[in-house]
Design a protein around this ligand. Structure first.
Ligand code: 4NP
Length: 169
């Protein structure tokens, strides 16, 4: 991990209005708390909500824990992101498949050497639910949104430990 240039992480879900903006704000918080030189962004694999603010329920439950999502706007994952980001984090297995499909487009569009993004699950290092999905809360109730926040907090703290240990090398 480079120490001068920020390490760039992109959190990705389907719509970029519930899970990935939550993951973005939570991961940014824990990186800032540890003064890590990490830039965090988010995107969706689908185009449904481009330009929209996060879902009002995601904003509401996040705000109750001190995370402000109000300035975030949805955008769609693009092949360019595989050149621009170091790490792309999928919220669930279907997101992962969609990310890999766009990665294949990037491989056609750009030289393979210019693609730097590694792809992993958001929960890759979260001990309690390692590798498991962060479930889509869109069609459910409050518990789903709270669970997204719980999972993002635990998963982000685990990533921060990984980033810190790679900065020491
Ligand atoms: P997200 O949730 O992927 O966590 O942002 C969703 C938001 C919208 C839709 C699906 C999932 N939708 O079908 O519009």
């Amino acid at each position: 991990m480079l120490s001068q240039q920020p390490y760039k992480v992109l959190c990705v879900c389907l719509g970029n209005i519930c899970r990935s903006p939550t993951a973005e704000a939570v991961l940014r918080h824990f990186c800032q708390q540890q003064q890590l030189n990490v830039h965090v962004d988010s995107a969706g694999t689908a185009a449904y909500h481009i330009g929209e603010a996060p879902d009002s329920r995601s904003q509401q439950y996040a705000k109750q824990r001190g995370y402000d999502l109000s300035n975030l706007r949805a955008r769609q994952l693009s092949p360019q992101d595989f050149q621009d980001f170091d790490l792309i984090l999928a919220m669930d297995e279907q997101n992962l498949k969609n990310i890999q499909r766009i990665e294949q487009q990037a491989q056609v569009q750009f030289s393979t050497q210019s693609l730097r993004a590694q792809v992993a699950m958001m929960t890759e290092h979260a001990s309690e639910f390692q590798g498991q999905a962060i479930a889509d809360p869109y069609y459910g109730g409050a518990a789903g949104f709270e669970q997204v926040l719980d999972q993002c907090e635990i998963a982000s703290q685990a990533w921060v430990l990984v980033f810190k240990s790679s900065q020491k090398q």
